[in-house]
Design a protein around this ligand. Sequence first.
Ligand SMILES: CC(C)(COP(=O)(O)OP(=O)(O)OC[C@H]1O[C@@H](n2cnc3c(N)ncnc32)[C@H](O)[C@@H]1OP(=O)(O)O)[C@@H](O)C(=O)NCCC(=O)NCCS
Length: 128
Amino acid sequence: MTEPRGELSLRNLAMPADTNPNGDIFGGWLLSQMDIAGGLAAKGRSHSRIATVAIESMSFHQAVRVGEIVCCYTDILKVGRTSMRIRIEVWTMGMPYNQTRAKVTEGIFTYVAIDENGKAQPVDREEA
Ligand SMILES: CC(C)(COP(=O)(O)OP(=O)(O)OC[C@H]1O[C@@H](n2cnc3c(N)ncnc32)[C@H](O)[C@@H]1OP(=O)(O)O)[C@@H](O)C(=O)NCCC(=O)NCCS
């Protein structure tokens, strides 16, 4: 796959503070970017507060370096009654912007639409 799949949901700059002891970007930081991106997509779809309920099949393909632009693409694979299963791909872009592009990480996250009390509620509701 040479093109990102899905919508661009989040873009951020990899900073020195986000590195691991090797000097590359820490996997946990990438994971949190993916979770935020998927959460934005899930909020947009459900018009609701959401909670992450599962993360599956995470793959880290290549290291991310300081100064790279990290782009998270989201593709809603399935909408259940209260859940949304979303593929998230992370692509990096070097500078100058868009010159080199690589898929560095991908995973599938599941989010649940929740009400004010933190209980699961339907994605498609009357008021949504
Ligand atoms: C999300 C939460 C409210 C769901 O409550 P619950 O009582 O488990 O609700 P249900 O069992 O009815 O499951 C809700 C939906 O999630 C799905 N689901 C639950 N556990 C899942 C899992 N491990 N993997 C995939 N889907 C899951 C169910 O299939 C259901 O989907 P559907 O309604 O589309 O069919 C509850 O599990 C929770 O609060 N978890 C903690 C969330 C959290 O703190 N996340 C980290 C920070 S955001």
